[in-house]
Design a protein around this ligand. Structure first.
Ligand SMILES: Cc1cc2nc3c(=O)[nH]c(=O)nc-3n(C[C@H](O)[C@H](O)[C@H](O)COP(=O)(O)OP(=O)(O)OC[C@H]3O[C@@H](n4cnc5c(N)ncnc54)[C@H](O)[C@@H]3O)c2cc1C
Length: 388
């Protein structure tokens, strides 16, 4: 398989570069550069998504019939790589990447008409209500209940680790609509407007000092039955389909970007040598991603192999961010929130390209846990890919 760029790919790459040159304002670049998480500041992300959407690129992975650009896998790859290299704001749109494809496959015509364009334009931003205290890896044990009452479900229970639950407009949520003998049965997938009375969102501040995750409580929250996606009781099938999209992304641009900084700045031979090894491993991941994504139709998903990409992508992101901390040395210990804010004029301690090293390293500790812990991904590979 030839994975090098064709003349058409090069023309496409140049089109992306021209767009980024024109649209990436100094403010967008500054936020992109100072990003220490998988996504930039929420409001900046929304504005950047709107800029992309105005160009027809708000939903890069979607087919044309649903308002996406209909790009090939290679074009999507080039787009991600160029955005990372230009330090564009990073984004992980749960609407585009996760619930959008689910609505395309399982949604009613009315759900498609309402939610898909608004997700692509970032008018609606989403959060994911899967995990609960006690139900993470063992997700099927979830307890949040939805009881039918007329044209509504009445939802009671709690979700935890809800990323951007405090900012999102809507949540896609797994609830128990009946108690069956097999715990995977009786789960349904519903869409909840976060402004509905009875929802309380409490912050959880992580080791990196960031407020990204929350615990969400539902106290007699009324959700119209028309917000059910797929048949009642079949939510487990819908949920698993979504997870393949969550994990089946392109990971290698982020470690590549961090390692480029390390290679440019590090002087210590031991660090340079480990950075070179990580860069080689990341190149192997990049080629694996190209192989997996080439041949994939626009809007399609990669299946269980997404677990392999998630394991290597998250591990390499952690390796790269650890190397950035070591390159920064003692400066990594200085807490400097001002220097992490683009509007501030604070002079950073240490190399300016490494100011995010420690907060990013701490934030990235979670990357082998979220999206399904890596141990669970290994179990999936053993069963679904290797047939063990
Ligand atoms: C920063 C962050 C953001 C998150 N965002 C969201 C979100 O937006 N929405 C959402 O729904 N969830 C979110 N999560 C939750 C995440 O999906 C869960 O944390 C994850 O699935 C692990 O579940 P748990 O925390 O309950 O750990 P547990 O399931 O209790 O696991 C604890 C440890 O035991 C291991 N383990 C468990 N079972 C097995 C097994 N069968 N075989 C081998 N090892 C096993 C795990 O790998 C892990 O190391 C987020 C988590 C984090 C940390």
């Amino acid at each position: 398989m030839d994975l090098s760029l064709t003349p058409e790919d090069i023309a496409f790459r140049d089109e992306i570069r021209a767009f980024l040159d024109a649209e990436l304002t100094p403010e967008f670049r500054a936020w992109g550069k100072l990003t220490r998480s998988f996504t930039s500041d929420y409001d900046i992300t929304r504005r950047w998504l709107q800029t992309l959407n105005a160009r027809g690129w708000g939903a890069p992975t979607w087919p044309k019939e649903y308002g996406g650009p209909g790009w090939s896998a290679m074009q999507r790859y080039i787009f991600d790589r160029e955005c990372a290299a230009a330090k564009a704001p990073k984004f992980f749109s749960m609407g585009v990447r996760m619930v959008g494809p689910v609505i395309m496959k399982f949604g009613t015509p009315a759900q498609k008409e309402y939610f898909l364009p608004r997700s692509a334009s970032a008018e609606i931003m989403w959060c994911q209500g899967y995990s609960e205290p006690g139900s993470g890896s063992d997700l099927a044990s979830l307890q949040t209940q939805a009881v039918r009452d007329g044209d509504d479900y009445v939802v009671n229970g709690t979700k935890i680790w809800t990323t951007f639950g405090h900012m999102a407009d809507w949540m896609f949520c797994l609830v128990r609509t009946s108690k069956e003998a097999k715990k995977q049965d009786g789960i349904s997938f519903i869409l909840i407007d976060m402004k509905t009375p009875g929802i309380t969102v409490r912050p959880i501040i992580t080791i990196s000092g960031d407020h990204e995750v929350n615990q969400v409580f539902f106290d007699n929250v009324r959700v119209p039955v028309r917000n059910l996606v797929g048949p009642e009781g079949q939510g487990w099938t819908v949920a698993k389909y979504l997870l393949e999209f969550e994990r089946g992304g392109v990971y290698s641009p982020v470690p590549a970007e961090i390692l480029e900084d390390v290679e440019a700045i590090a002087e210590e031979p031991a660090i340079r040598s480990r950075a070179a090894q990580a860069a080689i491993a990341n190149m192997a991941l990049e080629y694996t991603e190209k192989r997996v994504f080439s041949g994939l139709q626009s809007g399609g998903n990669v299946g269980a192999i997404s677990s392999l990409l998630k394991i290597r992508g998250s591990e390499l992101t952690q390796t790269a961010s650890e190397l950035a901390v070591e390159t920064s040395g003692l400066y990594a210990l200085v807490e400097q929130p001002d220097a992490l804010t683009p509007v501030s004029n604070a002079e950073p301690f240490g190399h300016p390209d490494l100011v995010t090293a420690m907060p990013r390293h701490l934030n990235n500790r979670a990357s082998t846990i979220y999206g399904g812990a890596n141990e669970i991904q290994r179990n999936i590979i053993a069963k679904a890919v290797l047939g063990l």
